[in-house]
Write a protein that binds this ligand. Structure first.
Ligand code: SAH
Length: 334
């Protein structure tokens, strides 16, 4: 709840409005794990909060630390479901990759998160808690958030928007929206809806192929929306927000990593103010995709750059702990 919403709730209970910023501060400033800890609230109000509301906290189940400092967390939710979050430490700061759903229904063929389908959406508080609990556990400040963990964030749009607003709230963690990236497989109507919210976040589109036929063999969503329709929505997002789009391209050996595909991708993006993130695909045990050779990745990047398209290769981190998306949770389910 926003402070305004808590205020309305307090007033409906006959409580003073100033309780709202107090409660908000307990949740998002002091980050308590129970209502009982909200010591400046009268006991009767704490009891009423216990009865009428739910403070869903996450509990740490597993933590893995990689040699490069990457930390992977598996959290249990109150209903015994599990979500993963990954902390990456860079020179310029700490980035947390969070999950937006338990499971996913998008069915991308190279992704482990979608194998068991969608279980449920995460609530805004469950997305925030991943950040709060990792900060507490690792004893550091997180300054970048990427919504690139399990789930399709635009398939949980209302909760996602609420999460972003709470995360950047001046009375909460105050994270600048510029430091938040949301990745989507390309839900076109939702990209337009998100554009209307005029948030300052970066949107990343998982493109992965320069033509529809190939994209359809990798991602079921490509059967619903063409690349042309999807890029038109991304253009609208850029126009509405002024935020440069980011395009993700996971490189699969012999599938989408050939020079002619790099050329075709360059043609698609040449007149767009775009940044391309090349991700050598992480092999997933259940999937037959192989990662691109290092030479193919470098050649792909070179072709894009020759065409004036800014492209970076995603640095592989945490390779010695479960690399690919959704693998920790998969193991828990077995
Ligand atoms: N559902 C959203 C966000 C989660 S996935 C989306 O599709 O964008 C985050 C990114 O990781 C996406 O670009 C996705 O396609 C990619 N991805 C998933 N599994 C992968 C794997 N095994 N190797 C490399 N990238 C992968």
């Amino acid at each position: 709840m926003t402070i305004e919403e808590i205020k309305t709730l307090m007033e409906s209970w006959g409580e003073k409005a100033f309780r709202a910023p107090q409660i908000f501060d307990w949740l998002h400033g002091k980050k308590v794990k129970s209502i009982g800890e909200m010591s400046n609230l009268p006991l009767a109000l704490r009891e009423k909060l216990e009865q009428e509301t739910a403070l869903a906290t996450l509990t740490l189940h597993t933590r893995q630390i990689s040699r490069d400092g990457t930390r992977k967390y598996l959290f249990l939710l109150p209903d015994h479901q599990a979500v993963e979050s990954v902390l990456m430490q860079y020179d310029y700061g700490n980035t947390l990759c969070i999950s937006s759903q338990v499971g996913c229904r998008m069915g991308c063929h190279f992704c482990a998160s979608t194998i068991g389908g969608l279980v449920r959406n995460l609530l805004p508080g469950e997305m925030l808690e991943q950040i709060y609990r990792v900060e507490e556990e690792a004893g550091l400040n997180i300054n970048h958030i990427v919504v690139m963990g399990t789930g399709e964030p635009l398939d949980n749009l209302e909760n996602l928007i609420r999460f972003i607003r709470l995360l950047s709230d001046p009375k909460g963690k105050k994270l600048s929206q510029r430091n938040i990236t949301v990745s989507t497989c390309g839900l076109v109507p939702e990209i337009y809806q998100l554009a209307e919210e005029k948030l300052g976040i970066t949107l990343a589109l998982s493109l992965h192929a320069p033509e529809d036929a190939l994209r359809q063999t990798m991602m079921p969503i490509a059967k619903r929306y063409t690349i042309a329709e999807t890029l038109a929505a991304c253009d609208a997002y850029f126009q509405a927000t002024g935020r440069r789009m980011s395009y993700e391209y996971s490189l699969v050996r012999g599938v989408n990593d050939m020079p002619q595909q790099a050329q075709a991708l360059a043609q698609l993006l040449i007149d767009r103010n775009a940044h391309v993130n090349l991700i050598p695909v992480n092999p997933v045990a259940e999937r037959a995709y192989e990662t691109s050779r290092e030479e193919s990745v470098a050649r792909f990047q070179k072709i894009l750059e020759k065409n004036g398209i800014n492209a970076t290769i995603r640095k592989k981190m945490g390779a010695d702990i479960d690399g690919a998306c959704g693998q920790l949770r998969r193991r828990l389910m077995e």
